[in-house]
Write a protein of this length. Structure first.
Length: 79
């Protein structure tokens, strides 16, 4: 494998990541809005818990809080 081939692979993976991750983030933010709207409308705690999980995934994807992901402790949600 030559240096040109490696450069092409690097460019391809960069383009794939730069196209995929923003699309995932936008879709997760829409899901976040829908789930919080369901919580606001119904008042059921399960929607608030789902909102915290999706928020954790979005934080993990965006990289604002490394290691936070979906496994961080919930903020006082009682079922």
């Amino acid at each position: 494998m030559s240096l040109v081939d490696l450069s092409r692979w690097q460019f391809a993976t960069t383009v794939i990541c730069r196209m995929t991750f923003p699309a995932i983030t936008v879709r997760l933010s829409i899901l976040l809005s829908v789930v919080y709207g369901l919580y606001w409308r119904t008042g059921r705690a399960v929607y608030l818990q789902m909102w915290h999980v999706v928020e954790g995934v979005v934080d993990g994807v965006l990289g604002d809080d490394p290691g936070a992901g979906a496994l961080r402790p919930q903020r006082g949600v009682q079922l």
